[in-house]
Design a protein around this ligand. Sequence first.
Ligand SMILES: Cc1ncc(COP(=O)(O)O)c(C=O)c1O
Length: 367
Amino acid sequence: MQVPFVDLKAQYKSIKTEVNQAISNVLENCNFILGQEVEEFEKNFAKFIGIDYAIGVSNGLDALKIALEVLGIGYKDEVIIPANTFIATALAVSAVGAKPVLVDINTKTYNIDTSLIEDAITAQTKAIMPVHLYGQAADMKAIIDIAKKHNLEIVEDAAQSHGSHYNGFSTGTFGKIGCFSLYPGKNLGAYGDAGIIVTADKNLAAKISRLRNYGQKQKYYHSEKGLNNRLDTLQAAVLNVKLKYLTEWNSKRAYNAKLYSEYLSDLEEVKTPQIALDRDHIFHLYVVRVKEREKLQKFLLEKGITTIIHYPVPIHLQEAYSDLGYQKGAFPITEAFAEEIVSLPMFPELSQEQIQYTCSMIKEFYS
Ligand SMILES: Cc1ncc(COP(=O)(O)O)c(C=O)c1O
């Protein structure tokens, strides 16, 4: 049996007629830049998340960068981020000229350890950028309390958490600004690069709209030095179709995760994900911690099962961030987990047989 890590073809097959029609409509209209599909998607996504404004952009990294920029964060400022995240979280901070300040993660949700945030705050700190990693919310109550106490902005990196909740509210709606990646493999993914920014603040929304479009108030009248970071109309057309299925797909992922956790529950070599009581988990990734990881991955690959590590090298140990001056040992949990974590195949269309097979092969490896 083959178990791919993700199977975008299976999903395309299930919505092919609708997607092809939506793309064909864009081709017929030739309204390729900021066409009506972009506005429709922005409205639909804002409604889905439960917030007033959503602005489509070119990708998740640009979303984060624009969010920081619009809040006036730049040179000499510091932004607190978790040590365990995709490098784009840090790159967005660097892109506006600010310094990413890392904080270790907690062992339960793998998200930022909120008990360590205050120690990382300095006179330069301007914002906290929590990441809802793998699809489970960070501890937003604690983060909001700290941000209020120290007068800091919150920008949520919700690149992996489309439709996950904390205390009943969608991730992305807690901070001043929330940023989503719509990269093809995400729970809500375009057929190329895409992203979206959400906010409840009308003025910020207007400024973000301008910044993603050359800083234009109206064509050829520029109030800010913006860039070209627009969401493509073709991508918006695809996303409008896919958004209708997101809740169903997220439920299927959660069900698949439940099956994995049940089948693996009797293996002491495998630590399955935990979900905090006040949250749900949309399982963008199903990440376990294991013994003898590299050997296990090789064994599984020989059995037709693909696994990936998210992420093998923590940001502070990446060559690109040697300038931050962190040493090995600076973030012990992140570093220890980076040696043990492995993501098992996860997508809505994954079958029970594929999950059973994957788990039985993991059991065979440890037996
Ligand atoms: C946590 C996180 N932040 C930011 C990004 C950047 O998104 P994009 O790839 O759309 O630029 C990603 C994408 O994988 C991500 O996982």
